[in-house]
Design a protein. Structure first.
Length: 141
């Protein structure tokens, strides 16, 4: 048998065995870079006396972050404080609350309980959820 053909057959066989092993192996479990905080100390943020805080953890170089900041600014009101926590300006808050992904948006009540949390760009549904939760008519407190 020609040595080139033999090498090709062996290579094909090794590839098929590797493929079979890969398919038999269970998929790796999904991993998450970190967990989002469930509580914030409102004293670390602007307007701790407001009913709601919408905290956006961002990075200056992040295009999605800029979009989230623009979207969330419209929620600011006498009862809703809005704060952009940019990592280069406030790295201690990112570290303290273990924020590993940006943009991360947290909606926090007066007591510091995180009521809604979003990682990544905000969808229409996300913004509607924020509006419903923080509306003056909301009984959520």
């Amino acid at each position: 048998m020609n040595p080139v053909v033999l090498v090709a057959i062996l290579a094909l066989g090794a590839t098929l065995v590797a493929l079979a092993i890969t398919r038999l192996r269970p998929p790796a479990a999904a991993t998450q870079a970190g967990t989002l905080p469930s509580h914030l100390s409102r004293d670390h943020f602007v307007a701790p006396d407001h009913r709601w805080l919408v905290a956006m953890f961002t990075a200056e170089s992040c295009l999605s972050c800029a979009q989230v900041v623009d979207q969330i600014r419209g929620f600011e009101s006498p009862s809703i404080a809005v704060q952009n926590i940019e990592v280069a300006r406030e790295p201690a808050l990112h570290k303290q609350y273990a924020i590993e992904s940006v943009p991360t948006t947290l909606v926090v009540d007066r007591e510091g309980l995180v009521r809604l949390a979003f990682v990544g760009p905000l969808s229409v549904t996300d913004r509607t959820s924020i509006a419903e939760l923080t509306s003056p008519a909301s009984t959520e407190e």
